[in-house]
Design a binder for this molecule. Structure first.
Ligand SMILES: Cc1cc2nc3c(=O)[nH]c(=O)nc-3n(C[C@H](O)[C@H](O)[C@H](O)COP(=O)(O)O)c2cc1C
Length: 189
């Protein structure tokens, strides 16, 4: 079993691994990025952080700031830490890390040691948020809004069916989590 692997900042400065770019400089097609990949959401601090896999969501402009949105089930431990810390990261990886990512989506950090066991290397950004050395693209986000949409807000049958299924019990509720994108980091190749 792997022991927890955090980067020693003296050994490996975050800025030697990642370039900071502006949101407009991201060369990925954002639909391809969101539709063809899942991502790792991480919240917490260096002493204690937790990650889960997310899918869907997106990026855009909210309150005149670059923004992200994710749909997160109420019972996710990562959501609890997002609410506590008010910041989080969203990270995309190349396909070669798929197995490690799926591991983060296979069990909750609330009652497992997945963060110690995952074969990825935790790294702290200069702002103090946590992500992973192996990521290729990292968004740092500041929590803007968490909202639980009302079933009556949905207009298509498909959306109504989705939300009816999602709202069977309180722990199933989907929270819509909006964040301001404060920093974007891309792996230096
Ligand atoms: C491919 C994939 C995509 C997922 N997407 C989401 C998602 O968008 N929202 C969500 O709440 N859970 C999603 N999950 C489930 C969580 O990642 C999973 O329940 C995780 O163990 C929660 O961890 P936590 O309780 O430690 O936060 C996904 C899982 C997988 C495998």
């Amino acid at each position: 079993m792997e022991t927890i692997k955090r980067m020693n900042v003296e050994e490996n400065d975050f800025k030697q691994l990642f370039w900071q770019i502006s949101p407009k400089e991201i060369s990925d097609n954002m639909f391809t990025l969101v539709m063809d990949n899942f991502y790792v959401i991480t919240a917490g601090n260096e002493a204690h952080y937790n990650s889960m896999i997310g899918s869907g969501g997106g990026f855009g402009l909210l309150f005149r700031k670059p923004a992200s949105w994710c749909v997160i089930r109420t019972d996710r431990y990562t959501l609890e830490l997002i609410q506590k810390e008010q910041t989080y990261t969203i990270a995309y990886f190349s396909d070669r890390y798929k197995e490690q990512l799926l591991f983060l989506g296979s069990q909750s950090g609330r009652d497992s040691r997945k963060m110690e066991e995952v074969e990825l290397t935790g790294i702290q950004t200069p702002s103090g948020n946590m992500s992973f050395k192996e990521a290729r693209l990292i968004f740092e986000c500041k929590l803007t809004q968490i909202t639980t949409p009302d079933p009556d807000d949905f207009c298509t049958q498909e959306a109504r069916d989705y939300i009816a299924d999602a709202y069977q019990k309180a722990s199933d509720y989907r929270k819509y989590v909006f964040g301001e994108v404060t920093h974007v980091w891309i792996k230096q190749e």
